[in-house]
Design a protein around this ligand. Structure first.
Ligand SMILES: [Zn+2]
Ligand SMILES: [Zn+2]
Length: 179
């Protein structure tokens, strides 16, 4: 799946819900970017540094989901940035954060900002597909296994005992797209 470019989404949300105040503040620079493929513990984060503050959105968690998940996560992090940079208040999900979140949620229907980013991790990418040579059933495995046979076939044709005729053959799973 292609990565949705974040700056247009950021500027739209900034205009619609922050009076353009986030883009107006140049210092320190606020950078918005996608994470690499390893950020799986949270859907997004805002962090301030001395010369650079940034919003990072999780590529592995958000890219497989509909755009609302990206909007909602980006907006959540933008509220953190707004509380920090515009209000200059030190709070996490405090009263300023919550009040602005509620204003945004009641102002539009396209997405909902929540306090926590609850998104399921995408299923672990299987490296291997096991195929039963008899019935053609397939199953995904993270690694290749020796000596497995198709249970339904063994049960149906061999009293539940292992049978070479139903030994699973392993094939490489199609390459998972990065992102
Ligand atoms: Zn937060
Ligand atoms: Zn089978």
């Amino acid at each position: 799946m292609p990565l949705h470019p974040l700056p247009p989404l950021f500027h739209r949300l900034d205009r619609e819900h922050f009076d353009g105040q986030l883009a107006g503040l140049q210092r320190p620079e606020l950078r918005i970017r996608w994470s690499d493929g390893r950020m799986t513990r949270t859907a997004g984060l805002y962090r301030r540094g001395p010369g650079l503050s940034e919003i990072v959105l999780s590529r592995p968690l958000l890219v497989p989901l509909p755009l609302e998940a990206t909007l909602s996560t980006l907006c959540h992090e933008m509220i953190h940035a707004w509380v920090d940079r515009v209000l200059r208040v030190r709070e996490a999900h405090g009263p300023n954060f919550r009040a602005h979140m509620q204003r945004i949620n009641s102002a539009q229907q396209q997405f909902e900002v929540s306090l926590r980013h609850r998104y399921p991790l995408p299923a672990v990418v299987a490296g291997w597909i096991a195929v039963c040579p008899s019935c053609g059933r397939t199953a995904s495995y993270r690694r290749r296994r020796q000596g497995l046979a198709c249970r339904p076939c063994c049960e149906a044709h061999n009293g539940g005992r292992w049978d070479q005729r139903f030994a699973l053959s392993f094939e490489r799973a199609p390459e998972a797209s990065s992102g």
